[in-house]
Design a binder for this molecule. Sequence first.
Ligand SMILES: NC(=O)c1ccc[n+]([C@@H]2O[C@H](COP(=O)([O-])OP(=O)(O)OC[C@H]3O[C@@H](n4cnc5c(N)ncnc54)[C@H](O)[C@@H]3O)[C@@H](O)[C@H]2O)c1
Length: 260
Amino acid sequence: MSGRLAGRSALVAGAGSRSEELGNGRATAILFAREGARVLCADQSLDRAQATVDLISREGGVARAAQADVSRSEDCARLAREAEETYGALRIAHYNVGIEARSPLDRLTDEEWTRVLDVNLTGAMQFARAVAPRLVAAGGGALTFVSTIAALRTTPLTAYAASKAGLLGLVVSLAGQLAPGRVRVNAIAPGLIYSAMVAGGMNPETRERRRLAAPITDEGTPWDVGWAAVFLASDEARWITGQTLVVDGGFTIATRDYAL
Ligand SMILES: NC(=O)c1ccc[n+]([C@@H]2O[C@H](COP(=O)([O-])OP(=O)(O)OC[C@H]3O[C@@H](n4cnc5c(N)ncnc54)[C@H](O)[C@@H]3O)[C@@H](O)[C@H]2O)c1
């Protein structure tokens, strides 16, 4: 590794994985640490966060686990404080938390809508509100949110799509507001990644279909999302803000019969 994030204090929300499969948040926390950052790994499940920390520690990285529910404003404030107290001035804040919901409009309940918006969008705003002053006080930094290509193309995942599209508006608004404080704000929109979030609901056929759906037919992995996060957090992205980096093997630029 090249030490692109050497010595920086980083906070990753949603740093655990819901299963034994690798998650996007876990891969990102691991890569941040490999690049030299000291990482506070936050998750609503302390065990999941600790499992990520154990992986980082085993390879000589520096990380600590924290429990937090990001849909609670006070938890976000506590996390931001803890990251700074543990590892010094906060330079990198990464919001990977996302819960899915699959209901089309005619089956969508108020409860599902509220739950998904609370975690995916309100949580993101609360996270941003907690970390932004600390990133500014540090002299600048990077704030990144994990959205999805479901925010860019049509799917029946009503609440999920709306919450993740909301993130893109949040990014554009915050990028302008925080630019004077030298804080860059961006989103990553992953495509059909084989990650912990989706692996449980897949069989070999569906997995293969997803692999073949994009022009680049190597399966997307959480490492692909993690490397995008490393880039956006690094000084190499110093002039990039308010953007959405699509990480999807070309899925969104192709029609189904793109090769014809
Ligand atoms: N896998 C894909 O194909 C795909 C595609 C596009 C976007 N994404 C996005 O990637 C992210 C998730 O990927 P993953 O593989 O890391 O999923 P994951 O579910 O394994 O990890 C997310 C972690 O967030 C935690 N979490 C959930 N609610 C929380 C809350 N309220 N407070 C704190 N932590 C909470 C969970 O405990 C979990 O450990 C999501 O934002 C998702 O929308 C995934």
